[in-house]
Ligand binder design. Structure first.
Ligand code: 3AT
Ligand code: MN
Ligand code: MN
Length: 588
């Protein structure tokens, strides 16, 4: 297996690991365990039980769909079966205790999406052990239609695709989704649904030693999370992109142990001659089975804008990193350079692995100035979808800020902070909408775990999926006319967008307001005189509130605020971290 020639170039070295490298790999594994990235065998076993159950439910689902279609066709019903595939961290074998299982249900051509949403949820409740299915939500209108639930405490993301070229599915347990002709006749969204599995399957196939790859990828994922540079939606590489980078390094050092792969990862990626794309195999052009375009900077001008293209291996190849902008690229490069320094010392035994995984200092010392994007809603539901939409657009504001002459770097934090507030009257509501934390209910509420939320998939026109939508698929509604009635100027001169008409809140009757904050760290240029961001901010707000399907003026609100480091809220700091203090000017 490891003697196949993998990759678009020959390996750099096929040397076997030294004793030191083996020992360092053992220490890396031990550190990853100590950091809690592995779950217990019992929990992994539970995942397998859940997947087996989903397979039975899927078979039954397809049978019922066949019965609905042709109740008298006993042959059709007898041979009706579905298949369950996984993608995401579970498929790659790098899942942790909190990971979901990303699951794809594949059915023959007569099964419709409508039936998926009508029948599958009912069957789940019917066939799974009583009480084991909780938090069931269906999101049929999403870019990739999805059913989400918890099964025995494990989060499941369940997507669906029926194969137009298959009257029935094969009984062969080895049957997989590799064959390009399976894409024939599918819509772009359906291609996107199959793509998650096709891409992860290919990544695994294109790696010389899967066990080594997994340990190295766990290390890189943990490192990227600790440095806050992990999140496709915020303009950083996501799980699929990091996996492809590690896979490429594995191809270049096919016999290396995981410690060396991690060390080479930093060295190679720091020196990578971007925008040369990272590829795991040659891009396949020229199939005509789908109209979904293949990444091709020679043809598509938008593909030429990609700063760090990391290309998915499965046809139709796409760029998983089209969200990366100038500032995120700078930050990633700085972190890679630090990674080189630290891992070089680790490799000669001068430092322990845990030094690689220290936490970022985004809030404690990296910046003096921050901008915060505050989205708010009057109900949890309306805030969920509005916040998801706003989150998917933060990197557009970042792109505008990067062009400002006084700004050297605009670095978005990779996660939003969700807060709940209780207000007694309209004045308090407006204060919260404008960013006040005076009425917050639960101080110390942690950052929102974007991964378990359905929201980005609802309204974000998900141009952000790593496997999916290329930028030429859907464009941002920048050209839409803003709704000027909703814009007003606050006392401080800042333009705010009012949720109107403001229903008079009953005196003494408390209402809850839900907010999500995104923070952007700003580094100014050396001789910056002033920092007037009103144009960038106003353009951004006008663009977002112009989107009528996302913005409900009676429910939602958006504000963008300056925050100095010493004004940051307490809940962005972890125990042991110190909030920056305002420098006191000493008089002489
Ligand atoms: P975890 O171990 O679950 O934290 P993961 O890599 O499995 O890490 P996700 O479950 O969030 O991460 O995502 C799995 C894949 O699903 C990655 C991406 O191709 C796709 N995906 C994630 N979020 C979206 C989205 N909002 N829209 C479309 N596709 C998405
Ligand atoms: Mn996942
Ligand atoms: Mn998921």
């Amino acid at each position: 297996m490891s003697d196949r020639d993998l990759g678009v170039t020959p390996p750099i070295s096929t040397a076997l690991p030294t004793e030191d490298e083996k020992r360092l790999s053992e220490l890396l594994l031990r550190e990853l365990r100590a950091q809690g990235t592995y779950e217990s065998p019992a929990e992994t076993n539970k995942r397998e039980v859940v997947l087996k159950s989903l397979e039975r439910i899927t078979d039954e689902f397809v049978k019922r769909a066949a019965m609905e279609k042709e109740p008298k066709n006993t042959v059709l019903i007898r041979d009706a079966r579905g298949r369950v595939f996984t993608y995401g961290s579970y498929r790659l074998g790098v899942y942790g205790p909190g990971s979901d299982i990303d699951t794809l249900v594949v059915a023959p051509r007569y099964v419709t999406v409508q039936q998926y949403f009508d029948i599958f949820p009912k069957l789940l409740l019917e066939m799974a052990p009583p009480g084991s299915i909780t938090d069931l939500t269906t999101v049929p209108e999403a870019f990739v239609p999805i059913i989400k639930f918890e099964y025995s405490g494990i989060s499941i993301d369940l997507i669906f695709c029926s194969i137009q070229g298959k009257k029935q599915l094969d009984d062969d347990p080895h049957w997989n989704l590799q064959d390009n002709s399976l894409l024939r006749g599918l819509s772009e969204n359906e291609v996107r649904s199959l793509n998650g599995t096709r891409v992860t399957d290919e990544i695994i196939n294109l790696v010389p030693e899967v066990a080594t790859f997994r340990v190295a990828l766990r290390a890189i994922k943990l490192w990227a999370q600790r440095k806050a540079i992990y999140a496709n939606i915020m303009g950083y590489p996501g799980g699929v992109a990091w996996a492809m980078l590690v896979a490429r390094v594995c191809q270049l050092y096919p016999k290396a142990a995981s410690a060396l792969v991690v060390n080479k990862f930093f060295n190679i990626m720091l020196k990578w001659p971007w925008p040369l794309p990272v590829l795991l195999k040659d891009i396949e052009y020229g199939h005509s089975v789908t109209r979904v375009p293949v990444w091709n900077p020679k043809i598509y001008p938008s593909d030429r804008n990609h700063k760090m293209p990391i290309i998915t291996p499965a046809y139709p190849s796409m760029c998983s990193t089209h969200n990366i902008g100038q500032s995120s690229m700078t930050v990633i490069q700085q972190e890679l350079a630090n990674g080189v320094k630290i891992t070089e010392e680790i490799m000669v035994g001068k430092r322990p692995w845990k030094d690689l995984f220290t936490k970022h200092t985004f809030f404690t010392s990296d910046f003096k100035y921050y901008l915060t994007v505050v989205s708010s809603g009057r109900t949890r539901e309306s805030q969920n979808s509005w916040a998801g939409f706003v989150e998917s657009k933060v990197r557009i504001l970042v792109g505008k800020l990067e062009l400002h002459p006084s700004i050297a770097l605009a670095r978005p934090f990779n996660k939003g902070y969700e807060r709940v507030h209780r207000c007694k009257n309209q004045t308090e509501i407006e204060e919260v909408q404008a960013g006040s934390l005076a009425y917050q209910v639960k101080p110390g509420a942690g950052p929102l775990n974007a991964k378990v939320e359905a929201k980005p998939e609802v309204k974000s026109e998900t141009t952000t999926t790593e496997n999916g939508a290329g930028p030429h698929v859907k464009s941002d509604p920048i050209d839409t006319e803003p709704n000027l009635q909703n814009i007003a100027v606050a006392e401080n001169g800042q333009v705010v967008i009012r949720a109107e008409p403001p229903p008079p809140a009953e005196e003494e009757q408390e209402v809850e307001i839900f907010t999500t904050n995104h923070y952007i760290g700003l580094q100014l240029v050396q001789k910056a005189k002033s920092l007037d961001l009103s144009r960038e901010v106003n353009d951004f707000k006008a663009m977002l509130t112009a989107n009528e399907s996302a913005y409900d003026r009676h429910m939602n609100f958006l504000t963008v605020q300056h925050v100095k480091s010493w004004e940051l809220p307490d809940d962005v700091f972890e125990p042991g971290e110190e909030k920056p203090k305002k420098a006191v000017k000493r008089k002489r």
